[in-house]
Design a protein around this ligand. Structure first.
Ligand SMILES: Cc1ncc(COP(=O)(O)O)c(C=O)c1O
Length: 367
């Protein structure tokens, strides 16, 4: 077993050279503008949109509020049902509940780990108002099929794209599908602003409403147009994002290379399986599935003993959170996969040799 001197965590933030962030900080200090849709936030929105290939982005203070505002901006009938995936982070589910909707879980495809589009139509009722899929680990959902189902039934689509910056489908940004996409710029995400989120709306009037919602409900005329909140991104967060944005192509290439390295070493183990990813997946995580939970626990504790802190992500399947969704439907595929999936460390400053050593450790434990 390869033991590491310093702890290796599942992820580390991608950080641009400090002097490049400082250059933006000097601009903040000189202007005295810290927040309130300042020049750096506007620049970040413009540059992120250009890099992603979308018209506009609304920058907000985190990815959870991005989902909440995305739901709210569509003006859906309150109390309606939102179809979603059980294999996700708690923020997807809590946002639906926080906004006053009933989550209806549709199980996942056991290969892609995204919501199974073949099962969505059967879950649509006359109370369904929207479908909220997640591009799990940056692996794009079957967006064309999902958008078609939604159009056929007259319901909206909100993508939780927290993991999906830098992903293209049919040459277009995955963020341009659906009615709205919500992404995260949290410190653990591919593009980070420390805390932050971004919302991309297809309809300009929804984009406008999102800008009102994040700023206490004020419209351009400084009148209160709706019940808003404070979801602004600060200038400091935008500065970090602008500095990091320059490195995104290199970051994507690096992830892809290390993902390939893990896969090459671990593919030789017949008892392991992997997410089936589209060529455009951003490879932002390296999830590995074991035969059963007992094997996962054995590997996880051996890795910890070697100073490697992998993460059970996502676990448990969120339909199992009885305290907030007591009557949720069972989702056997998601529950099974959640019990035996582990994300291995993957980040820019992780060396190729360290990837090899971690993969060798996993191989050694499972034999
Ligand atoms: C799938 C998913 N959705 C939403 C979020 C929430 O993003 P944030 O942490 O920026 O609020 C996360 C964060 O980990 C996530 O993984």
């Amino acid at each position: 077993m390869n033991k590491f001197e310093k702890p290796i965590y599942v992820t580390m933030p991608t950080l641009a050279p400090l002097h490049e962030v400082d250059a933006y900080m000097e601009r903040i200090w000189a202007s005295g503008i810290m927040t309130h849709n300042g020049p750096l936030v506007q620049q970040f929105e413009k540059d992120f949109s250009a890099w992603s290939g979308v018209d506009k982005t609304v920058a907000v203070c985190n990815g959870t509020l991005a989902i909440q505002l995305a739901i709210r901006a569509l003006g859906l009938p309150k109390g309606g049902e939102i179809i979603t995936t059980p294999f996700t982070f708690i923020a997807t589910l809590s946002s639906i509940l926080y906004e006053g909707y009933k989550p209806v879980f549709v199980d996942i495809d056991s290969d892609t780990l995204d919501i199974d589009p073949k099962k969505i139509e059967a879950a649509i009722t006359d109370r369904t108002v929207a479908i909220l899929p997640v591009h799990v680990f940056g692996n794009p959902c079957d967006v064309e099929v999902i958008d078609d189902i939604a159009a056929k039934h007259g319901v909206k689509v909100i993508y939780d794209a927290a993991h999906a910056v830098g992903v293209k489908v049919n040459g277009k940004s995955v963020l341009s599908y659906g009615d709205v996409s919500a992404t995260s710029f949290h410190a653990t995400k591919l593009l980070n602003t420390s805390e932050g989120g971004g919302i991309i709306a297809r309809d300009p009037s929804v984009d406008e409403r999102l800008r009102e919602l994040r700023f206490f409900g004020y419209n351009k005329e400084k009148d209160v147009a709706c019940v808003g909140t404070n979801a602004k991104m600060t200038e400091v967060n935008a500065a970090i994002g602008l500095a990091n944005l320059k490195y995104m192509d290199a970051i994507l290439a690096d992830r892809r290379e290390k993902y390939g390295l893990y896969k090459a070493i671990l593919s030789g183990c017949p008892s392991l399986s992997f997410q089936k990813i589209a060529p455009s997946c951003n490879c932002s995580y390296f999830p590995v599935m074991f035969e059963d939970e007992a094997t996962l626990l054995r590997v996880d504790s051996a890795l910890k003993a070697a100073n490697v802190y992998a993460r059970r992500y996502f676990w448990p399947s969120v339909n199992k959170y009885r305290s907030i969704c007591a009557d949720a439907e069972g989702c056997p595929i998601s529950e099974d996969i959640a019990s035996r999936i582990l994300c291995l460390p993957l980040y820019r400053t992780l060396a190729g040799d360290e990837v090899r050593m971690i993969a060798d450790n996993v191989k050694e434990v499972i034999g």
